[in-house]
Design a protein around this ligand. Structure first.
Ligand SMILES: Cc1ncc(COP(=O)(O)O)c(C=O)c1O
Length: 436
């Protein structure tokens, strides 16, 4: 201890203190502290100040260092929403004490779906009423472990129980690549994958999946087979105002929704079905009971919290400076789509679909769909687009062949983190031409 005064005299201490302060001031001025990096990334894609317009110039965005790493845009992992929820901080945080969620049952007054948490049921109805994207009145809500489980529950509920053999399940190509896999994975005696609805010719009952907006291409859809014995399941995972104008209140027999794409909470594994017919809802509930004896209560509680924050943000957005969750997400996707379209135009070696402009009843403005995926078509002699992007540009995408289409298409997630999306844009903008 006595050594210290001898080693560090007051002059040494003064010099040291000046040096530390000087370097701190420099760091703040240069803005290279952890928070400034976070802020820059956040503001580049999530313009918080009201009225800030989305820039469509790639160079104006904070350039992410392209370190030659592999960019995986194969899945629709909704990590673009991470920043919004980080910003929400305490408002979207909940504590679940250890004594909670012990029972299998939910205290929901004998609701048909006995494991649905009442709070979640309430927030599901509220968010649909706020957005105006689906009818909830006189509908049964069935909660599921993601809409993936609800899809299977719907197949179980809607398949005939006579001895006519498995019912065919069809969807117009390009269709969501998981449908055939999920449908056939247990080789059920009740249902089987029947392929592209556009070429479906068989007589008798069938189930048609209508995904609108569609995964992978983002177009709005209607049933295509249109025969009397058709049973419809509407997968409305992307019928939310950040992706497409909300032009009417969806009113179909079975409608599937998911937190994965509405709020970005894929890891929570919560989906819900709005079902018109009591018997169908009952059978769907029975399937989930047999399959997983209900749905995680902790996840349901978190989902209700998240949906509440979303609805609150919409109802407060009369205030000029506070944007709703959907306005934030709309801005982020709008900016990404503008940049992607510009890159496609400049390159002339790939195209992305064009969508009709429509008026959104929720956002009160006219815009084109800006889907969660870009259905990109390679041109100029590139036969296998997925291989080309993987080998030449280290970008992982999902080939059109998995969606019942051809290999010149790939599906690219538009929902990844800013850093990956920027590198992706940079690579396809600058190197598409040079690598041909
Ligand atoms: C059209 C569609 N339906 C359902 C799902 C699955 O949703 P969940 O995460 O709720 O199982 C996805 C996921 O990508 C999807 O694109």
């Amino acid at each position: 201890m006595e050594q210290i005064p001898r080693v560090l005299s007051w002059r040494n201490m003064l010099v040291l203190s000046l040096a530390i302060n000087f370097s701190l001031i420099l760091r703040i001025l240069k803005g290279d502290d952890e928070y400034s990096l976070y802020r820059t990334a956040y503001f580049s894609m999530w313009p918080v100040a009201s009225g800030s317009s989305a820039s469509c110039n790639y160079n104006e965005m904070e350039e992410e260092k392209d370190d030659d790493r592999i960019i995986n845009l194969k899945l629709g992992d909704p990590t673009v929403y991470e920043r919004y929820w980080q910003e929400m901080g305490e408002m979207a945080t909940m504590v679940i004490p250890g004594w909670q969620s012990l029972s299998y049952f939910s205290d929901n007054n004998n609701n048909l779906c006995w494991f649905l948490e009442p709070e979640l049921g309430k927030e599901i109805v509220r968010v649909h009423n706020v957005v105006g994207n689906a009818v909830t009145q006189d509908r049964f809500i069935v909660v599921g472990t993601g809409s993936t489980q609800l899809y299977q529950a719907a197949l179980y509920a809607l398949s005939p129980r006579d001895d006519s053999g498995p019912i065919n399940v069809v969807s117009a190509a390009p269709f969501y690549s998981s449908y055939p896999l999920i449908t056939d994975c247990i080789k059920s005696g009740l249902y089987r994958w029947g392929g592209d609805a556009k070429t479906y010719k068989e007589e008798g009952p069938y189930i048609e999946l209508v995904t609108s907006p569609n995964n992978p291409d983002g177009f709005l859809r209607k049933p295509v087979v249109n025969r009397s014995k058709g049973i419809l399941i509407h997968d409305l995972a992307y019928y939310w105002p950040q992706y497409t104008p909300i032009t009417s209140i969806a009113d179909h027999d079975v409608m599937l929704f998911t937190a994965s794409k509405s709020t970005g909470h894929a890891g929570m594994r919560i989906g819900w079905a709005l079902v018109k017919d009591r018997e169908t809802a009952k059978k769907m509930t029975e399937y989930i009971e047999l399959n997983t004896i209900g749905v995680s209560k902790d996840s349901q509680l978190k989902a209700s919290k998240v949906l509440k924050v979303v609805s609150d943000s919409c109802e407060k957005s009369g205030n000029e400076t506070a944007k709703s969750f959907f306005e934030h997400s709309y801005d982020a996707l709008s900016k990404r789509w503008e940049l992607l379209r510009q890159a496609a135009k400049n390159s002339q070696h790939f195209t992305v679909p064009d969508f009709a402009s429509q008026r959104c009843n929720f956002l009160g403005k006219v815009f084109e769909s800006q889907p969660a995926f870009a259905w990109l078509k390679c041109g100029k002699g590139i036969v296998d687009c997925e291989k080309f992007l993987r080998e030449k540009q280290k970008i992982l995408t999902k080939s059109g062949k998995y969606f019942g289409d051809d290999q010149s298409y790939v599906r690219i997630s538009m929902l990844d983190r800013d850093s990956n999306f920027k590198i992706f844009l940079h690579r396809i903008s600058s190197s598409f031409n040079s690598t041909l």
